[in-house]
Write a protein that binds this ligand. Structure first.
Ligand SMILES: [Zn+2]
Length: 239
């Protein structure tokens, strides 16, 4: 049953342009992907599934990596998406709350894919969260309202005991790096780059009335928008 809804896309028959490290990534990704699929509620929304596949395929091609790309939409109200090492992309349907079109969806997916390609290890906290939190928490606690005990939720997301503040600067650097790389991917896949700015403005607006789920990794929308604008200018000046 699940197989019908998971979107599978393989660009090449043989994974021949991958480094040994990347081949290892594919294995790690596959292992976690299997575990995650057992734990989440997979969306049956055909419209969302098709949009994610359509956009994801183009971006996957733009990476020029022979990963075994797979895309799945899960029922989870949080604004989130992530890419496991080796090209397994998980999109939470909550993200559609702040997306106006497929170019904006490409903004999210390209950013997450960039983390995976740049080997940032961002999937770790996500995997940890999904595999340790009961399904009901993800579905209900984040159902569009602010959780009462936000810090408790943060602890869960980032594994209790981890030094959150020590992680922040590195993580912010990686965010910017993923934004820049993501914009390049969007450009290569011929998405409208102006929508990236609009998307982050949507996020900024949304964050004012809703506590952002990923406070530490997505810290300052204004700064990020400025970086993205500069990156787009650079691309356009090259022409
Ligand atoms: Zn990120």
């Amino acid at each position: 049953m699940k197989k019908i809804i998971i979107l599978f896309f393989s660009m090449f028959l043989f994974a021949n342009n991958l480094t040994p490290q990347e081949k290892e990534d594919v294995k790690i990704g596959e292992k976690y992907f299997k575990k995650i699929l057992k734990k989440v509620e997979i969306s049956k929304d055909k419209n969302k599934i098709n949009r994610v596949l359509q956009v994801g395929k183009k971006l996957a091609k733009a990476t020029n990596k022979d990963y075994k790309w797979e895309f799945v939409v899960v029922e989870d109200k949080r604004l989130n998406a992530f890419c496991l090492p080796g090209g397994k992309v998980v999109v939470f349907d909550g993200i559609f709350k702040v997306i106006d079109n497929n170019d904006q969806l490409a903004t999210v997916l390209s950013h997450e894919i960039a983390h995976a390609i740049l080997r940032h290890g961002h999937y770790k906290s996500q995997v940890n969260y999904i595999l340790t939190a009961p399904k009901e928490i993800a579905k209900k606690t984040f159902g569009g309202f602010v959780p009462k005990d936000f810090h408790k939720v943060l602890d869960m997301a980032y594994d209790i005991g981890k030094n959150l503040t020590a992680m922040l600067p590195f993580s912010r650097f990686q965010e910017i790096e993923a934004d820049k790389y993501g914009i390049k991917l969007m450009h290569k896949a011929k998405f409208n780059l102006d929508e990236a700015i609009k998307f982050w403005k949507n996020m900024e607006k949304y964050s004012k009335t809703n506590i952002p789920e990923f406070l530490s990794t997505h810290p300052n929308h204004h700064h990020r928008i400025e970086v993205i604008k500069r990156e787009i200018e650079k691309i356009r000046n090259k022409k």
